[in-house]
Design a protein around this ligand. Sequence first.
Ligand code: C2E
Ligand code: MG
Ligand code: MG
Length: 445
Amino acid sequence: MIIFMIIGSVVGLLFHRIIANQEIEIKNSYEHIITGYPNSHKLKCDVHNLIDDKKDITLVAFKILNFDQINIYVNYEIGKKSVLEVLKILAELFDKKNIYSLNADEMVVMMCECNVETACLQAKKFLDLLDQPIFIDGLPICLTVHCGIINFPLHSNDENDLFVKLRRILGQEEFTKNQISIYDRSVTEKNKENYETVIALYDAIEHDKFTLVYQPKINLHSNEVMGVEALLRWNSCIKGEMNVAEFIKIAEDSGIITEITNWVIRNTINQLKTWQEEGVKTKVAVNISSMDLKNDSIVEYTKNCLELNHINPTLLEFELTERSIIENDKGDLLNKIKDLGVTISLDDFGTGYNSLLHLINFPIDYIKIDKVFIDEIKEVYNSPLIECIIHTVHALGKKVIAEGVETEKQLLTLKKMGCDNIQGYYYSRPLPPEKIKDFILNFNI
Ligand code: C2E
Ligand code: MG
Ligand code: MG
């Protein structure tokens, strides 16, 4: 009996040891030997499981291109510490549990149900952090890191093929000088171009590469400049001066628009401050996108910028379109904007829903009649439709601005019909800050 008990205990102990060893082995086989992060084997298992669950996966791969040089010319220990530091920075931007080490100089972030544009933006943020040298044991180490992005099922709908392609984008020859390359064998040229534009837009926000021009709005009753509209301009290093409506659309699709709008708000308020110091009195309107109304953060952001620069909120105006108001059903948000003291204009009126009901339901101060209506005033000094809009808007206690006025005939017709304000090439094209300042100071003297 005792012998059996001893044998039983020994067998139990051995069994326990074997299980424990197996667990260590499994753990080891899932971990990268140098970094301790999950390795390529674990990545393959995780990707496999997610594909089984019919998930969309974006793999963002980074490679330190000068890792070998650091090992050779500095030393291996510094090389290893550099990799660990890079992983630490990566973990500040991405969820740590989604970071994998393939080779010591290659790491992958697995992003589930995340579109390629968002992955691009995060990757760009990470690469920007590595623009500066990192310090290892007091030594400044400059790393050249490139990034490749691939999506399942967009770029490959086969698990094995996905990893073949991942390997290919990690091959140095696949990297472009743009630092981020998206696997592009199956994406259209247009998509690729849009990705590049998104990355360049992000860079433009970070490094203040946008400019603003201002177009005056004239009050026909007092014959004074009642304000100016801030219009964005971008001279992209890839494509030169880009059409604003075109890049705004790409920014909206990729979700980067909110950061652009914040840039415009911030810079407009700074400009207001400069003008105030120079004795130029004017109000500025900023175009707000539909996406900016998805949450209320725009109110807090604007409030902070205004307070920081000691600018009276009544000097700021937001131009919103009917579409953005209706799509977001944002009556509450509009009230918050109004409570802040910022004026609201309904832009491009007539091109969207054309519902005068919105004028009653929402706290709108001005209606901007779109250029398409103004273009109709060609032959006769008459336009019953515009006249009707003007009367209705007035009856509701709001004011009208006519957009895109180019000729004297249009101006006189609108004046006769009781239009309050005019904006268009007839008075001035959009101008840079210094020129608009002269325009305002010299108007009607
Ligand atoms: P919008 O807000 O309706 O701005 C008026 C557009 O009409 C401007 O074009 C302006 O230059 C143009 N315009 C003004 N008067 C005349 C005229 O007499 N004749 C003609 N042919 N055009 C005139 P722009 O600057 O190209 O902007 C186009 C659109 O892009 C804007 O339309 C606005 O929707 C959008 N946009 C511009 N800047 C921004 C911005 O900072 N943020 C956002 N979200 N959108 C912006
Ligand atoms: Mg506008
Ligand atoms: Mg407009």
